[in-house]
Structures are given as C-alpha cells and as structure tokens.
Ligand binder design. Structure first.
Ligand SMILES: C[S@@+](CC[C@H](N)C(=O)[O-])C[C@H]1O[C@@H](n2cnc3c(N)ncnc32)[C@H](O)[C@@H]1O
Length: 209
C-alpha cells in the first residue's frame, strides 16, 4: 500500500507517536477510511468518533480524509469538554474537505440528539468509556445509523482474558472493573455486521445490509 504508507509518514504517525494506537492499528484505520471514501453514492459523508480525548486520532482522520479529497464531516464526542485542545489542533488543520466538530456529549446522546443527513453515517469509531455497559449502549445507539458498506470500529478490543487482565481493572463509574469492549462486541454486535476481526486491539466490522 504505497499511498497509505506515504500518508502515514507524512502525517508523522500522529496518534502513534503519542502511544494512542499502535502503528498496525493506525494502518488498519487508514485502510478503512480509504475504503469508506470510495462509497461514491454518498456525497457528504458523516464520520463519528466516540471519545475525543486530546483529539489526536480525530486530527489524523481529518488529515487523511482531506488528503483523499473526501467531502465529509467528523463529529467527535466526549463527555469531557476538550474544546481548548481541539482548537489548538483544528485551528491549523485544513477543513476544506472535512469539517470537524468536537461535541461535548456522550456517544449515546450524540446518536439520538443530532440530526444527521439521512444515509450519511459511514464510519463510527467507539473509543469512549470501555466498560461493557457503555460499549453495549454505543452499539445499540449507532448500529442502526450506519449505512450498508459503512464501518463500525472498536478500540481496545482485547482478544484474550490474559490481555484484559494485563491491563488490569480501570475506574469505571466509580468502580474498578475490567475492560468490557470484547465482551460487548462479541455479545451485542448485530448480525447484519460482518466481523472483519482485529488488528492488535482495533476491531473492525462492516455493515452488510
Ligand atoms: C481512550 S480516550 C479516547 C482517545 C481518542 N479516541 C484518541 O484516539 O485520540 C477515551 C475518552 O472517552 C471519553 N469518554 C468516556 N465516556 C464517554 C462516553 N460515554 N461518551 C463519549 N466519550 C466518553 C473520555 O473522557 C476520554 O477522553
């Protein structure tokens, strides 16, 4: 994939250098974005990220979509207000092709409260709260909005109990619990999504019908 590699290095591996995603996950993310950008019948595509944090992955997504000249908008949701960091990045990033917005709202509220143009949601990356209940709620809220051919991605999907144990319990909603991304995806992802598997801990599914 020479083109992907070129963009990857040109963007200096944005989220990789910060340790947000591994290189292999970022390359997978770029492959998915390239695939989605080819859905020519959708003129203005909607991309969703649940969990903005410092906006590093969002910035990479915008850079890549701009590079692909993909007319799009990215909504990145976070329950914590990240506006100041967001402005620092997005003040400099070209938005000629991709208009990006940070929205202070949970992913679930984002699905029900914002009116997306019909048949426009082509990509949802779930990287917010990693407890089983929240990931299951994100799946329930977003699965119906993704168009056939669109992608549903989950970060921090770990394959084995050993990997989950290695990360250890995290403070979720005031309680120490283990990461529940894998459990939620395995149990709740609807049948009309083809499970394409994982690249390290980035799990990808594609809507069939
Ligand atoms: C792992 S970080 C996201 C990293 C980011 N996606 C990146 O790659 O740069 C998780 C973020 O999700 C946010 N978060 C937690 N629960 C959430 C929810 N229910 N909806 C949206 N964001 C949430 C946290 O505040 C935190 O900033």
């Amino acid at each position: 994939m020479p083109k992907l590699r070129k963009v990857f290095y040109k963007s200096r591996g944005w989220n990789v250098s910060r340790g947000i995603m591994r290189k292999t996950e970022t390359v997978r993310l770029l492959e998915v974005l390239e695939d989605v950008a080819r859905l020519d019948h959708i003129e203005n595509k909607t991309f969703i990220e649940i969990g903005t944090a410092r906006g590093e992955t969002a910035r990479g997504i915008v850079e890549f979509l701009t590079n692909l000249k993909c007319r799009s908008r990215l909504y990145s949701f976070d329950i914590v207000d990240r506006t100041r960091l967001w402005q620092r990045y997005f003040g400099k990033t070209s938005t000629r092709y991709c208009e990006a917005r940070h929205v202070v709202m949970s992913g679930v509220d984002g699905a029900s409260r914002i009116a997306y143009p019909p048949e426009s949601v082509v990509f949802v990356l779930v990287d917010g709260c990693h407890c089983r209940e929240c990931v299951a709620a994100d799946i329930e809220a977003w699965a119906p909005l993704i168009v056939p051919g669109g992608f549903f991605l989950f970060h921090d999907y770990a394959e084995s109990e050993k990997e989950i144990a290695a990360v250890g319990p995290q403070p979720y909603h005031g309680e120490d619990r283990f990461c529940g991304v894998k459990e939620a995806v395995d149990e709740c992802l609807p049948e009309n999504f083809e499970r394409l598997g994982r690249r390290f801990s980035l799990f990808t599914a594609k809507r069939k019908t």
